[in-house]
Design a protein around this ligand. Structure first.
Ligand code: SF4
Length: 440
């Protein structure tokens, strides 16, 4: 049996650590000499109004620059970095511009003569990922000769892990992203995510574990300094090894289970040859799930704080990324509004499939999807619909008012700067270096 090679290397120094990871994995073996190369980092979130914790959330600019140097050494000139950052407004080009500037991508462009693209300003092509599943995907990547996929070594609240395969979701358009969070119980988010690499050109997956993330994928997760690099020309094998390094059994990652089935591969490591470091020496436990209590109707910390008179059901996989951001804002607002008096039997429904509980006084429906699913439900006494896809923060604010949840005004006034709350966790900790996200 031909085993897939995956290298694991400790990150010790710029360039040489990555060179070793790529050499050990024969990562450039399938790279044609005059290849058109597409680099896909992971910039899952960006905020141009304030600093955000990037550790474990965003691919380090250090690894991106090292990849470019190693490609240049091989005489590769046609290099593109492309990303489609999640943003509420598809016409918002400023957020991507700001990210590319502050992460040093524009400096990389000037220094090495590469291209940097916001995929939302480039053509998408409709492709059939598998029978019955189409998506509109970035044409630059599809027409490149070689893909270098550089996710972060991180967990994901819905997908359990977000590694090489999942990182490619950032290359499909907004409508496809929403569609991926399907209400179909079989062809669901996990099934769809498992198909993302099906039409990609030959690929080298490099998992950037200089920083890792618990309860990812975004800035509210908990980052750790991991100093790990993983490389493989087999994206599935890289992900299986990545999950193991997060101490997560791939058999509990639904999209990896599906990807294994589709590829007729085992989920253990029996058909993978690991070179370099051993998993057992570098793996560390990473929590991925958010724990809810009362039959999944209240986040555990809310129950511990004594919050009552409200059912806020645990998010499910049908809630897409665009409503997820608002979900976080709603939860924070409800916690900050709590003054010790029970709320008025309020229920909050999100995603596409939740159903109202009989006997509640007020039902907040977050987003057009859940409104469409429940607008005629007789179990709803007073409906508070936050329509929109995604809804606006203003609509969220007035819905909470209607539900008699009195949120302190500072919550919404400073919403653009909310990420600063999470920066505090890393303050004065020398392990968390901003310089990994800068280019000199
Ligand atoms: S309403 Fe929310 S969950 Fe539904 S597609 Fe729109 S943004 Fe996504």
């Amino acid at each position: 049996m031909n085993k897939s090679i995956v290298s694991i290397v400790k990150y010790e120094e710029p360039l040489e650590s990555l060179r070793k990871a790529i050499q050990l994995s024969n990562g450039f073996e399938q790279l044609p000499s005059k290849a058109k190369v597409f680099i896909k980092p992971n910039i899952v979130y960006w905020n141009r109004h304030c600093d955000i914790p990037k550790w474990g959330v965003i691919t380090t600019s250090r690894v991106i620059e090292d990849v470019i140097i190693l490609l240049k050494e091989r005489g590769i000139d046609d290099i593109t970095i492309g990303e489609g950052i999640v943003s509420e407004d598809p016409k918002d080009t400023e957020t991507a511009m700001d990210a590319f500037e502050k992460l040093g991508y524009n400096s990389l462009r000037d220094k090495y003569g590469i291209k940097v693209i916001n995929t939302f300003e480039r053509p998408f092509e409709k492709i059939e990922l598998t029978e019955g599943l189409t998506a509109k995907m970035n044409a630059d990547m599809l027409h490149s000769d070689f893909l270098i996929d550089i996710p972060v070594l991180k967990t994901h609240a819905q997908c359990v892990v977000s590694l090489g395969i999942k990182n490619l979701k950032g290359l499909i358009n907004i409508a496809s992203r929403k569609k991926f969070h399907s209400a179909d119980p079989i062809k669901n988010l996990h099934y769809n995510v498992a198909q993302l690499a099906n039409k990609a050109p030959p690929c080298l997956a490099i998992i950037d574990g200089i920083y890792t993330l618990e309860r990812g994928p975004a800035i509210d997760g908990k980052a750790h300094r991991g100093n790990i690099l993983v490389a493989s020309t087999d994206i599935f094998s890289a992900d299986v090894v990545g999950a193991n390094l997060l101490d997560i059994d791939p058999s509990v990652v639904p999209h990896l289970v599906q990807a294994a089935k589709d590829r007729n591969r085992p989920l253990d490591l029996s058909d993978i040859e690991i070179v370099g470091e051993k998993i057992v020496d570098l793996a560390s436990p990473h929590e991925w799930d958010y724990i809810y209590s009362n039959n999944n109707t209240l986040p555990l910390p809310y129950q511990k704080a004594g919050i009552s008179g409200i059912k806020y059901h645990k998010y499910d996989e049908t809630m897409c990324t665009y409503c997820s951001g608002l979900n976080g804002i709603l939860l924070t607002a409800i916690k900050q509004a709590w003054k010790g008096e029970p709320y008025d039997d309020v229920e909050v429904l999100t995603g596409k499939v939740m159903k109202p509980t009989p006997g509640m006084n007020k039902t907040i429906l977050v987003g057009q999807c859940i409104y469409n699913a429940n607008k005629d439900d007789p179990n709803i006494k007073e409906m508070i619909a936050i329509k929109g896809c995604p809804p606006s923060v203003e609509e969220v604010q007035s819905a909470l008012k209607q539900a008699d949840i009195k949120v302190p005004s500072y919550i919404f006034k400073n919403i653009d700067k909310a990420p600063l709350l999470f920066m505090g966790r890393y303050k004065d900790n020398p392990e968390f270096e901003e310089s990994f996200y800068q280019v000199n």
